[in-house]
Design a protein around this ligand. Sequence first.
Ligand code: IMP
Length: 429
Amino acid sequence: MPAVVVIGAQWGDEGKGKATDVLGSRVDYVVKFNGGNNAGHTVVVDGEKYALHLLPSGILTPGCTPIIANGVVIDLGVLFEEIDALEARGVDTSALLVSSAAHVIAPYHRTIDNVTERFLGKRKIGTTGRGIGPTYADKISRVGIRVADLFDETLLREKIEGALDQKNHLLVKVYNRRAITVDEVVEELLGYAERIKPMVTDTAHVLNEALDRGETLVFEGGQATMLDIDHGTYPFVTSSSATAGGACTGSGIGPTRIDRVVGVAKAYITRVGEGPMPTELFDGEGERLRTIGGEFGTTTGRPRRCGWYDAVIARYASRVNGLTDLVLTKLDVLTGLEKIPVCVAYDIEGVRCQDMPVDQHAFGAAVPVYEEFEGWDEDISGARSFEDLPKVAQRYVRSLEEISGCRISTIGVGPGREALIVRHDLLSN
Ligand code: IMP
């Protein structure tokens, strides 16, 4: 079972590192295929907490090759900061490979991200301000800078001149900002060229050869289904393909080579940034989930919006990604609740809907229809088999499985790597 795609089944921050943890040392390659340093994985290894933004979580697993593939946008300054921080803590990062076709986040992308958000006012997206959207926009407009361009100064300068020509008009005339000079951008980017060179390769070739050898590859999605540029809650989304299909375009392997698609979902739901969220809680219950679940952004530190598990979203995620498995994380956060509400459908202007509405207006108007499940008081953080869970917790998980339309293969019961219950191995049928 060599190629496994792991994606977020909600609005991000589901704890996707948990799924990679289950696979552990059996994984030969961990591939980041979309997004950039807007992501944030918190991984706890031997009680030590690591916050990763750009590097794939496989960087912490000895013997595993971490890959930043073509679908990613790279802020080179952040990349080296993250590498240096890990090296300072004794983590060997020398195996990292970077695609020559990945796009580079330039200083003007960050500036444009922030000024456009300010200009949008109350229509703002609530981006992470890392320049992600403008970099992908340049990629699609064919005026982007790719990693390979760093090694040809003449070409690099030409491309930056082309990109800045238009952008400086926008920055100065529309946004009242200072113009950015070609020299400052060229100098900054060239400053990274020598250091990144040994890591750069045709990663699509490397990955296809690894598959031919029967090695195990995990494609680790950044962000999540509901933030996907095509299938998420547009326009309140990120600018990349965060669903399973993105693993193919973002890494250069064909769809027929993927064996398993794993969705990661929390036992409740969170969202950062703007946009509708039907099960959002504005009361003490939401505050409780935020506090106990530690729901503050790894990248921006923003408090996450919290709400009950939304099975309409789970079913949608299951469908658009073709999920074979769900990994349910943070079940322990629900301990102590007398009743656990789960959204099973939406009421949209008096009509009960089982499926995700296709238009923005209807989703904004969706009122959750809840079913309540019995809660438990026992500490479940030490549970390592399904039978260790209290009967009512087992019932809760089985019910989620049924209404989400996908089997729950793994359950997270605490922050540590070992705090897991494995019901079905993600690497076998
Ligand atoms: P951008 O990706 O910075 O352009 O932000 C677009 C939207 O995606 C905003 O609502 C962000 O809060 C959200 N977003 C981006 N990355 C993450 C993530 O890793 N977790 C959760 N939300 C994210």
